[in-house]
Design a protein around this ligand. Sequence first.
Ligand code: FES
Length: 124
Amino acid sequence: MGIPQPSFYIFKCEQSSPPGMPKPSCVTAQTQDLFQYLAQSLMKEGIMGTVQPIRTSCMNRCNAGPIILVEPGHTMYVRLTKEKIDRIITEHIIGGNVVEEYVIDSELWDAPITPADMKKQMGR
Ligand code: FES
């Protein structure tokens, strides 16, 4: 039997805008420990490895930050807090049910466009 692949990847935006930038960011003085909290919570649950947390740069939904993206499923959670992380791990990652009340508004996260359709739209 081979090495099992992870069941989930959790991408955490770790973008921090320089002071004075008009664009918001997902890492501020108040939220800078969320990735560490996420990783520690997965370790405490004993599910690190089958759930792989990954630091990313901006995923272009800064106004709703801090955000995480759970794959598979393209589930984006917004305005993240430690309390939300606890529920996401318990209810979604372990329990299998998306925590709908924390999911990004569909106005900001509509269905994807396939690469083939995007090429057609661009006339290529
Ligand atoms: S800074 Fe996190 S989504 Fe843009």
